[in-house]
Write a protein that binds this ligand. Structure first.
Ligand SMILES: NC(=O)c1ccc[n+]([C@@H]2O[C@H](COP(=O)([O-])OP(=O)(O)OC[C@H]3O[C@@H](n4cnc5c(N)ncnc54)[C@H](OP(=O)(O)O)[C@@H]3O)[C@@H](O)[C@H]2O)c1
Length: 177
């Protein structure tokens, strides 16, 4: 199964944060939604999923998510019957769940701990980064496990408008320094 990690980065390379005062840029949210529709699924960490539920400005319009398989990586969340998502306890289980539902590609949309769980397990084939026109203070980052290095091949770069640039990379095999 091909696994694509989608992440918004600040222009100084941080994993972009959002807040009530500074919600994600609409172009970034629209790009996330377009990829989710293209692949028919997304995988999200519990924290980010709860933020999506609590704050509409942080997620794509719900109508655009109809029919999309959503997997929440969580070992603690109990979703009620009929909830619009399913849970999986870890990264591999999330991929297995989507594979079982016939998906050939999985889209991992964050947050930081979830992205890094997939990266450190060597489960990511492609990375889409959306570079947003903001600079941040010290912050979060997406990262490989300590001592690892991977070559990346740029396979697409696109302006999304509003000063946002989308870069898409294929990741090479895991190497060391
Ligand atoms: N820049 C971007 O593209 C982007 C995208 C999405 C979110 N965000 C931001 O990212 C932040 C949330 O990130 P986050 O890292 O706090 O939360 P997160 O990754 O959304 O969710 C964390 C939860 O996922 C589960 N989890 C899955 N794999 C794990 C692992 N290997 N280790 C630990 N927990 C794992 C755990 O749930 P249980 O405790 O239930 O087991 C954990 O509490 C928010 O501020 C959000 O706005 C940014």
């Amino acid at each position: 199964m091909k696994t694509i990690l989608w992440a918004a980065l600040s222009a100084n390379g941080n994993y972009a944060r959002s807040s009530q005062r500074h919600p994600p840029k609409p172009e970034a949210t629209a790009d996330f939604a377009a990829h989710a529709r293209e692949h028919g699924n997304f995988i999200v960490g519990r924290q980010t999923f709860l933020e999506f539920q609590e704050n509409a400005s942080r997620r794509p319009q719900s109508a655009s998510m109809d029919g999309i398989d959503i997997v929440v990586v969580s070992s603690t969340l109990a979703l009620p019957p009929g909830a619009p998502a399913q849970t999986a306890p870890d990264a591999r289980a999330a991929l297995a769940l989507l594979r079982g539902r016939g998906h050939q590609t999985a889209l991992v949309v964050g947050g930081e701990r979830t992205h890094n769980a997939f990266l450190s397990a060597g489960l990511v084939d492609e990375v889409i980064v959306v570079v947003t026109p903001s600079f941040e203070d010290e912050g979060r980052k997406i990262t490989l496990s300590r001592g690892e290095r991977r070559e990346a091949t740029l396979i697409e770069h696109t302006s999304l408008g509003g000063g946002l640039i989308r870069l898409r990379y294929a990741l090479g095999s895991v190497d060391t320094w």
